[in-house]
Design a protein around this ligand. Structure first.
Ligand code: SAH
Ligand code: AVI
Length: 722
């Protein structure tokens, strides 16, 4: 809705140049009389007072909305129109610089003159002229401005109620506006989270139907999967937040919000008062006890954000809210009829936004600074006023609006089965067929990797283990007391033991591996053999966005990434992963990483072409896994294992080469292979010590220690935040 007094606009209505006015006059009468009806329960004194600078007297709202029609519709479009009183332009202009000087806003409550009766006469004068204008078809431009004026007046209807409540809350008598005045009510269904896939979606107002200028244009946004709470946060939940120290614990608050808590002494939503050891609240129906099931209202953005932090959730972005309101509306309650919902989005222009032409262009654009967007609608919003693209906006500290909270969270991650399927479809469908190496590691693949580790040709495991055995005490000196050892791709957790034995100060072991079988077996034996150690295994993909965030608590963290598994990532991806690991390990994080070093081609290729054919079986198992899990029809005897040294890129490549041209089915698709074509299954980058140090530096690490094994050379780096 509005900047404190007023609100926004854009072009509207019918395409024809001349618009029949009949339906417009009906609407005009309805909206105008609704404003007068809102004022009816109020005395002349109620209507004249102003409780704060952000609020206005009822009387002023009634006059200003008439001024809007007089200024933007009647003066330019009704020949011979005589303004009611030339002084009113100064008194009732809200903020339109283009329309000249105006009475200062904070002093609107001092306007005892003109009287309420004279303002009603002003409205009658304007209404009569509007009836005259609308007695015949009118120009489209005039019709557009009338529709805008009506939307504007509806915004002021909501402001009248907000402002009156604020005024009454300042009265020791706590007056009742109306026994049946609008107030939020409870949701019908229990809370759930509605998963939304997101992707490339459209938001914003398109062509057709009225929308304010700030809602346009309709445009594309990219949304990660997310979930929206099915209803608003309740008073009962807010009481739990308060009981948990919500208003006394700075850790939930944005810095500016915490300053407000301290400077304004916030300890509950606006209009809540202490009452006999508990709380009561003031609504348009007067003072009442807190309904625990009704949505909380009159909270600032700062409070909404603090609540979300406490609840382990977040506020939805504007685009998430709007897309959900269009895509999954049936699953969401209280969308637009209880309380406006704070979003995490700043109020700025949509891409391609153009302010409405003329003075009404001041309606929205100039307020696009320092405010946050609210979506939905409230119990005090006139029915039919808002829509999903509607953009209400207020400053983050403001609370007198009927503003509440709908929580959101990131979407559930796609299941490993879904991701495997998607990777296989994409990889086998590509011009150069490829499959991600991480899918090697089902139970059979993990067992085959263990067998590889024992092969005479596969030197990395042996060399790294022998090196770690020697250097573990040196490494241990860098591990803080009480540390959590976070291991990525822990497999059988054998090398881990060398670290754990040398560093008994490690309190927690948090291995992460994509292979459930390898992880659970390894975690069980580690827990058995290190009874004092807390073991928190996590099955997951450490490259996924939330791969291992949240895996560890507040203890100092030490990362352990042995085996040269980082070599299975292309250099840029390796930098990205190491950078993210740095963030996740936190300030002061220590990172121990194993790197296989570049060496002669014969040694390298032998390590991936062992005489017993174990590596070949490991490679082919990927096709076997597709057969087992995705209904694949691969005949493994149609493929040959190939491992070659790619000198240019500094990597050993593994491929599966088709022995004949044929088709296969997998994941419900058909794929063709021609004889000799390969599926590229793995890269193992080999680095020089300097080359890897450079990579680590690009990821924000500094080398605090490095050790190299005898030939065939394998290195261990100890990294710290740069
Ligand atoms: N660290 C052990 C095992 C290395 S094998 C060692 O040094 O001997 C690579 C391990 O990483 C396997 O256990 C595999 O399941 C795991 N892995 C590979 N890609 C992964 C990913 N993206 N996320 C999590 N684990 C992964
Ligand atoms: C886990 N990773 C570092 C191994 C490697 O050497 O690239 C996987 C492997 N591939 C074939 N043999 C071993």
């Amino acid at each position: 809705m509005a900047p404190p007094d007023d609100a926004p606009a854009r072009e509207l209505v019918a395409p024809a140049a001349i618009v029949p006015a009949a339906s417009l006059i009906e609407r005009y009468r309805r909206v105008r009389s609704a404003s007068a009806a809102l004022a009816a329960p109020l005395s002349a004194e109620d209507q004249a007072a102003q409780s704060m600078a952000d609020a206005s007297p009822t009387k002023w709202h009634l006059a200003h909305t008439a001024w809007f029609f007089e200024t933007f519709v009647l003066t330019p479009h009704l020949a011979g129109y005589q303004p009611f009183d030339p002084a009113f332009g100064y008194l009732f202009n809200s903020y339109y610089e283009a329309m000249g000087a105006r009475h200062p806003r904070p002093a609107r409550g001092l306007l005892t003159r003109p009287s309420g009766a004279r303002i009603m006469a002003y409205r009658t004068h304007v209404d009569a002229a509007m009836e005259l204008l609308l007695a015949a078809p009118i120009a489209r431009e005039a019709a557009d401005l009338i529709v805008l004026g009506l939307a504007h007046e509806e915004q002021h209807q909501e402001l009248i109620l907000m402002d009156i409540l604020n005024l009454f809350a300042a009265s020791p008598l706590a007056p009742v506006y109306a026994a049946d005045g609008p107030t939020p009510s409870a949701a019908a269904r229990p809370l759930g989270y509605v998963e939304v896939a997101g992707g490339r979606v459209e938001i914003g107002a398109g062509q057709g139907g009225f929308a304010f200028d700030n809602e346009a244009p309709r445009h594309e946004v990219l949304l990660s999967p997310y979930a929206m709470a099915s209803r608003l946060v309740t008073n009962g939940e807010w009481l739990a937040f308060m009981a948990a120290g919500g208003y006394t614990r700075h850790e939930f608050w944005l810095a500016d919000g915490w300053s407000r808590v301290l400077s304004e002494g916030w300890e509950a939503p606006l209009y809540w008062e202490r009452d006999d050891g508990g709380w009561r609240s003031l609504s348009l129906r007067g003072p009442h006890s807190i309904d625990p099931d009704a949505p909380v209202v009159h909270v600032s953005f700062y409070e909404a954000a603090a609540f979300a932090a406490w609840a382990g959730k977040r506020l939805p972005t504007e685009a998430e809210w709007e897309h959900a309101a269009e895509a999954v509306a049936a699953d969401l309650e209280q969308l637009a009829d209880q309380a406006w919902q704070w979003t995490a989005s700043a109020y700025t222009s949509h891409p391609g936004f153009a302010p409405a032409a003329g003075a009404v262009g001041e309606y929205n654009a100039k307020f696009m600074i320092g405010q946050m967007v609210l979506k939905g609608g409230a119990c005090v919003t006139p029915a039919g006023h808002a829509r999903s693209s509607y953009r209400n906006f207020y400053y983050p500290h403001q609370r007198w609006m009927f503003a509440g909270v709908r929580l959101a969270r990131d979407g559930a991650e796609a299941s490993p089965a879904e991701t495997f399927r998607a990777d296989v479809i994409a990889g086998l469908g590509a011009a150069r067929k490829t499959l991600p190496a991480k899918w090697f590691y089902d139970a059979r693949g993990s067992a085959l990797f263990e067998a590889i580790s024992a092969l005479p040709e596969y030197y990395p495991t042996r060399q790294e283990s022998a090196l770690l055995e020697v250097i573990a005490p040196e490494i241990a000196a860098h591990i803080p007391a009480g540390a959590t050892l976070v291991e990525l791709g822990s497999g059988a957790s054998r090398k881990t033991r060398l670290i754990l034995d040398a560093a008994p100060q490690i309190e927690t072991y948090a291995p992460i591996d994509i292979s459930e079988s390898a992880l659970s077996a390894a975690a069980a034996v580690i827990a058995r053999d290190y009874p004092a150690l807390i073991v928190t295994p996590r099955v997951g993909d450490f490259t996924a966005p939330r791969g291992f965030s949240g895996a560890v608590g507040g203890a100092p963290r030490v990362g352990f990434f042995p085996g040269s598994t980082i070599g299975n990532f292309a250099p840029d991806a390796a930098v990205g992963l190491m950078d993210r690991i740095r963030g996740l390990l936190g300030a002061g994080g220590v990172f121990i990483i194993g790197i296989d070093l570049a060496k002669d081609e014969a040694t390298l290729t032998a390590a991936y072409n062992d005489a017993q054919g174990v590596t070949a079986a490991f490679n082919l198992n990927l096709l076997g896994r597709i057969n087992r899990e995705l209904g694949g029809t691969f005949d493994l005897s149609d493929f040959t294992h190939r491992a070659v040294w790619n000198e240019l890129d500094g990597r050993v490549e593994m491929h599966l080469q088709a022995r004949r041209s044929h088709h296969v089915q997998a994941a419900g698709r058909t794929f063709s292979l021609v004889r000799g074509e390969t599926i590229h299954t793995e890269n193992s980058y080999k680095y020089t010590e300097e080359g890897f140090a450079d990579l680590a530096m690009r990821a924000g690490w500094r080398v605090a220690g490095r050790w190299t094994s005898p030939a065939p050379a394998f290195a261990v780096f100890l990294l710290k935040g740069a």
